[in-house]
Structure formats: structure tokens, C-alpha cells
Design a protein around this ligand. Structure first.
Ligand code: WT7
Length: 662
């Protein structure tokens, strides 16, 4: 069954995807340049794209700033008086900011950072829950060219510490407490513990969650702690926006990879801005001139969705972004629907895991709500199963809203494979690549696989919002995304890149040419880490990760990261962690643990280990199943073959086990 409506086409910026797509990939640089021209630049670029393996640099020499386009540009237009941000607390409190007010708050915060000695290029770690200051702090950093690193407030002390240390942050912005269901969480306590031995941290700014009374339970015991509200009061509400070269860093966002240490994904000002602006505009019809729009992405700024589609995407398009502090199931299961009606939400962008969780309560909780303000729905983070798609379509969208199943990653910065509201939708498929993006599904040799066959999902053109690098780890960057070792080693994968590298030593060899695909970049293959299929109509169907990344409720966790949390327990010798299918969370965590010699296995110990992992990473990493074992399947070189463990658990064929030692 295919879903498409005349009204959806009529209400869309783009009415003919195929035509514009073809144009966009015959001249991707021309396409992206025309998008960039819709935004403000202090100085135009000299070159649209500069591709030097393995780095793509966009709008080279161009000068701009994300905040110049997200806030400054609106100040002398009617949009200045429009709401930029609506925030609702778990306790029903409400805070609203027009574009003018938000600009003032951000300017004050930017001045505060400057008074504390923050300069262009300095790192600021933001460890805040979903409150307006989370976004004000991000914008304040970007405005002065400081680099924000947002750490999800649900991460524990250890995880926070690793991220502060890696970024060598100068300032931490946190809060005294916040409500989480019926609990009170105290991020400041985690910060205090995390920064004990980190000398880079000069100050900690503490937001008081009692916005009304501005009282706090936190008693600073050192002058490095400053209360945000008290310092903000002293600041001027005008602050010049720092001019940034397009490829200078805007932010770092840590995400899990296949080794124990999280990767600091680096995004810049210019290219990221262009990619996020264009996708927000065309995939969500944002800022269609005639319509009132309130965009609600239920993500958190601790993840890339929060950066690109709570904050920057909507503001770059002059739309209103809506933020709710709480969870979908508290105080009751109706809270999201109530908020949609109350705030006349037009765009609702969430994750399949949330939909599946809400589905369990049936249609009852939705019945008394109109939900008639909704125009477009969105899904992100993991494949959406058709059952959840239908439920979302029928009960939330009331069969009136197209669903944008957007495939992308922290690294891609922007939606990469996604429908537009005007295209024919197939439930469960994320449609086709966005304009200027060429995606493909290939086998171990790097050749496109046959229709409907599973293979590795790769991207074959640079795109403007692609990561600039991994923070202080260029080698890991190159290996992960362009010389995917796992695939090359385990599957004898010969990539276009690896040939390119070999060929570059041989002066006479012709450089590889895939110009028959209609784009000019001939040596570009970005490994996504996902596997996928393309159907007869060219629609993409994402299957899941093919590396050791697990997706629990849309959150990305590395097997190795979890394993090292297990192994740090004194009674554990070794651990292997895999993801298993889960009806609600998408995947759940199963751990195989070898105990040290002489340690007795017990249920008590299982609980202790689960707690250990939880306190090292965060509640999202709590293992679901722990099994004590005597040995683990390994390669001769000693690498744990998680693939074999997983196949065994699922009762599937073990695949190629020729490298298996035991
Ligand atoms: C991984 C990236 C991008 C924002 C949130 C996640 C999976 C993401 C989809 C989708 C199927 C999806 C992929 C991808 N993923 N969107 N629409 N359909 N899978 O960002 O934490 O960097 O995770 O999420 O496996 O590689 P992330």
C-alpha cells in the first residue's frame, strides 16, 4: 500500500521529488550553492566544495555563523516578534521566548562566557536537562565561536567525565536539580565528582531549576561555582556575533562507536548550517509563508536530533520550536497528546521506540484529543516497523499527516534518506536520498547489490553537514568512515577508497571513475555502519547496524563501551555484549560474562553488575540479561566474535566461522 495525498502535494515546497533530485545530483555543488545563497554570509565562499581524501570542506573561505542565521537575521524582520521557543516544564510551568527575547538571552549568556575568559575555539560542556538554558547555552557558545559539547543529562558521572576530559572543557554549564517523573535528579553532584581531577575546568555555571523563586538547594563550596541567573543579570544584552570561516568548529557531540571510547563528532558552522536548513525546510515544509508552525521534536539536545531539529533547523527557518521537559508517560500516558492540542503543534517528530511504548496502551488515551493541528509527523533513530507506522499514522496523524521516516546519523548532521511530504510513502521505508545525496547498498567488494538484497549502506557524495572530523582523532575518523576496517578485514572488502589509496602510490594509474553514476566525486565512499536493501522502486529499507553498535530505545551504545563497564568490576574477567530484538526498545542488551577464577555466580552478582554498568554509563545502558559463561567465541587473534553469539541466540546460522578459534 502506498500513501500519498493530493493535499500533501499541494501543501509542499517540493512537488516533484524525482525531477529536482535528478538535477541535484547532476550538479550537487550547484544545488548546495543555491541553498547556501538563501542564507546570510559575512563573506562569500571561494569554493563550494574542496574534497581532499578523507576530508570534505564546504563553502571554503565563506564566513558566517550559525547564530547569525538562526537569530541575528530575524531581528529586523517581523519574525523578531514571533515565538522562537516554547518550553513546558514537567510541572506545567511555561516559558516563552520570541526571536527578540531569545536573542537577548543568548547575547547575555555569550557576554557571560566572555567575562569568564571563553574565547573562540574553547570548549564548553553543557550538562543540562531539557530546559531553555540548554539551548540558550548552545547558541551563546556558537555566537562567540566557542565549541559546545552537550552531554545528555541521563549520562552518569563516569560518562560525563570522559567527555569533559576528552574535550578539555573550560566551562561546564549544569543545573542544581530537575524533576524526572517523581524523582529529583541533581546533575551538579555528578559534575562535582566528574571534575575533581580535570584541570582544564575553570568554572561551573549552575542554573537554578526553581525558575520562579530562583532559590537553590545547592551550596557552592568553592569559587569555581557560579549561579547562572546571578551572573546573567550583570550582562549586557547586546553581543556581536563572531565571524566564523565555514569550516571552523561549531560543536562536538560524542557518540558511541565500536571501541570503548566514545567518538567526538565535530561539526562546523557553514556546511552544517546549509544542510540542516535545507532538510528542515523541504522535509518538514518549514516556514511555508502562509502557515503558523510549531515544531516539536521530542528528542533531547544530548543527541544530534536535538541539535539539528529542535534547535538549529527550526530557528534557521524562522519557525517556533517546542520543548517539553518531561517524558511521554508521566504524569500519565496522555501527556503528549494533551500538549499537542494545547500548543497546536503542527510538526511532531519522535522515535519508533516511543511510539511502540505508547501503542501498548491502545487507542484509548488518544480518543479525547483532537490532534487536528498536526500537519507532518516524523520518525527517527531506528527502523520503524510497519505496525508502529500504521498506529502512528492512524491514531496520531488521523490519516491526515504524512510520516517522514528520516534516516541519518550523528555524523551526517542532517537527514540523509527521507521522504518529503509530497512523495508516495511506503510504511517502513525511509524513501530515497535527499537532494544532492547519493546513497547505495553495496557488497563486500564495494559493488552495488541486486534489488531487494541486503548489503552495506554507503554514501557516495560528500554532503554539506557531514562531520568535519573526530575530535583529536583523525586516524579513527579515516578508518571508521572511509576505510572501515571491520568490513575490509572480515569480508575482504575492497573499497573504492582502498583502491584509491593503493593507486595513489602508483602515479600512472587512472583514478577510479564512477562518473556513470552522474556525479563528479569519484573517490568518495562513506561507510554508514548500517545494512539496508533497495527495493524495485528504488526505496531504501534500513535493516540495522552491521557493526558493534547497539540501538536501545534509539540510543546508540557501543558493545565495547558496555563490556569495559563490566570488566571494570573486580569480579569480572571478560564480557561480551550483544543487542537482541526487543518489542518496545528495538534492541535490548544481553551480556555474556566470564567471572574471575574462584568467584561464585549468583543472582545477587548479576544485580550488582547491572548496577555497575548503569552507574558507569547511565540508566539507558542498564543490561537486560546477564548470563555467566565459561568461554567466549574468539578469533585466533583474540577478538570476541559477537556476531556468532548473536546468531546463536537468535537460532540463526553461524555464518563464516573459519576464523573462529574455539
Ligand atoms: C543510527 C544513527 C540520527 C538521529 C538519531 C540517531 C539508526 C537513524 C533511522 C531510520 C532506520 C535509523 C541507524 C543509524 N537510524 N534513523 N529512520 N531508520 N534506522 O542518531 O545515534 O547517530 O544513530 O541510527 O542505524 O546508523 P545516531
Amino acid at each position: 500500500m502506498i500513501y500519498q495525498k493530493k493535499e500533501w502535494v499541494e501543501a509542499s515546497f517540493i512537488k516533484d521529488y524525482e525531477k529536482i533530485y535528478q538535477y541535484s545530483i547532476t550538479d550537487p555543488e550547484g544545488f548546495w550553492e543555491s541553498v547556501a545563497e538563501e542564507l546570510l554570509w559575512f563573506k562569500p565562499w571561494k569554493k563550494v566544495l574542496d574534497w581532499h581524501y578523507p576530508y570534505a570542506r564546504w563553502f571554503v573561505g565563506g564566513e558566517t555563523n550559525l547564530v547569525h542565521n538562526a537569530l541575528d537575521r530575524w531581528q529586523k524582520t517581523p519574525i523578531a516578534g514571533k515565538l522562537a521557543l516554547i518550553w513546558v516544564g514537567q510541572d506545567d510551568q511555561e516559558r516563552k521566548f520570541t526571536y527578540r527575547q531569545l536573542n537577548e538571552e543568548v547575547s547575555k549568556a555569550a557576554n557571560l562566557l566572555k567575562t569568564l575568559g571563553v574565547r573562540k575555539g574553547d570548549r564548553v560542556t553543557i550538562y543540562l536537562p531539557r530546559i531553555p538554558e540548554q539551548f540558550i547555552a548552545m547558541l551563546a557558545c556558537a555566537k562567540i565561536g566557542a565549541i559546545h559539547s552537550v552531554v545528555y543529562s541521563g549520562f552518569s558521572t563516569e560518562a560525563l567525565k570522559t567527555r569533559i576530559e576528552d574535550a578539555q572543557a573550560k566551562i561546564i554549564i549544569t543545573c542544581d536539580w530537575y524533576p524526572y517523573k517523581d524523582k529529583k535528579l541533581t546533575p551538579i553532584e555528578n559534575v562535582k565528582k566528574a571534575i575533581k581531577d580535570i584541570s582544564s575546568v575553570k568554572n561551573v555555571l549552575v542554573v537554578k531549576r526553581n525558575f520562579v523563586s530562583q532559590t537553590s538547594t545547592f551550596q557552592p563550596d568553592s569559587s569555581i561555582y557560579l549561579f547562572w541567573d546571578e551572573e546573567i543579570k550583570k550582562q549586557d544584552n547586546i553581543c556581536p556575533t563572531t565571524i566564523m570561516e565555514s569550516n571552523e568548529t561549531a560543536f562536538i557531540l560524542y557518540t558511541s562507536g565500536t571501541t570503548g571510547k566514545p567518538k567526538g563528532v565535530v561539526h562546523g558552522h557553514g556546511g552544517y548550517m546549509v544542510g540542516v536548513y535545507a532538510t528542515a525546510k523541504y522535509i518538514f515544509n518549514l516556514n511555508m509563508p502562509q502557515s503558523k508552525q510549531v515544531f516539536w521534536s521530542t528528542a533531547d539536545a544530548g543527541w544530534i536530533t536535538g541539535h539539528s531539529y529542535i534547535l538549529y533547523g527550526p530557528l534557521l527557518n524562522g519557525a517556533t520550536t517546542f520543548i517539553y521537559e518531561g517524558t511521554p508517560d508521566y504524569p500519565n500516558i496522555e501527556i503528549w497528546w494533551k500538549l499537542i492540542d494545547q500548543y497546536q503543534i503542527t510538526h511532531f517528530y519522535t522515535a519508533p521506540t516511543a511510539i511502540r511504548m505508547l501503542m501498548r496502551y491502545g487507542e484509548g488515551p488518544l480518543k479525547k484529543y483532537q490532534l487536528s493541528s498536526l500537519k507532518i509527523l516524523g520518525s527517527v533513530g531506528e527502523p520503524i516497523n510497519p505496525e508502529a507506522w500504521f498506529w502512528f499514522y492512524r491514531n496520531v496523524g488521523r490519516e491526515q499527516c504524512p510520516i517522514m521516516d528520516t534516516w541519518w546519523q550523528t555524523e551526517t548532521g542532517m537527514n540523509m534518506i527521507s521522504p518529503l511530504p509530497s512523495v508516495p510513502l511506503k510504511p517502513g521505508s525511509c524513501f530515497k536520498p535527499f537532494f544532492g545525496v547519493v546513497a547505495d547498498v553495496v557488497n563486500e567488494k564495494g559493488e552495488p547489490v541486486k534489488k531487494n538484497k541486503k548489503g552495506f549502506l554507503v554514501i557516495k557524495t560528500p554532503w554539506p553537514a557531514m562531520l568535519l572530523d573526530l575530535w583529536q582523532n583523525p586516524e579513527r575518523y579515516r578508518k571508521t568512515y572511509f576505510e572501515n576496517e571491520e568490513i575490509i578485514k572480515n569480508s575482504k572488502f575492497e573499497t573504492l577508497n582502498s583502491k584509491q589509496i593503493k593507486n595513489s602510490n602508483d602515479k600512472n594509474s587512472k583514478s577510479l571513475d564512477n562518473s556513470n553514476l552522474g556525479f563528479r566525486i569519484s573517490d568518495f565512499v562513506y561507510f554508514t555502519g548500517d545494512s539496508a536493501k533497495i527495493d524495485d522502486d528504488g526505496y531504501f529499507w534500513i535493516i540495522g547496524r552491521n557493526d558493534d553498535v547497539i540501538k536501545v530505545a534509539g540510543h546508540r551504545l557501543g558493545s565495547a563501551e558496555l563490556e569495559s563497564a563490566f570488566v571494570s568490576h573486580p569480579k569480572v574477567a571478560e564480557a561480551a555484549v550483544i543487542g537482541l530484538p526487543d518489542e518496545v526498545k528495538g534492541e535490548k542488551i544481553k551480556a555474556f560474562v566470564i567471572l574471575k577464577h574462584g568467584v561464585n555466580p549468583s543472582e545477587e552478582l548479576k544485580k550488582e553488575l547491572a548496577l555497575q554498568v548503569r552507574s558507569q554509563i547511565g540508566p539507558i545502558a542498564t543490561p537486560d540479561i546477564i548470563e555467566f559463561v565459561d568461554s567466549l567465541p574468539k578469533t585466533r587473534s583474540g577478538k570476541i566474535m559477537r556476531r556468532v553469539l548473536k546468531a546463536k541466540e537468535l537460532g540463526q546460522p553461524l555464518g563464516d566461522t573459519s576464523t573462529l578459534e574455539n
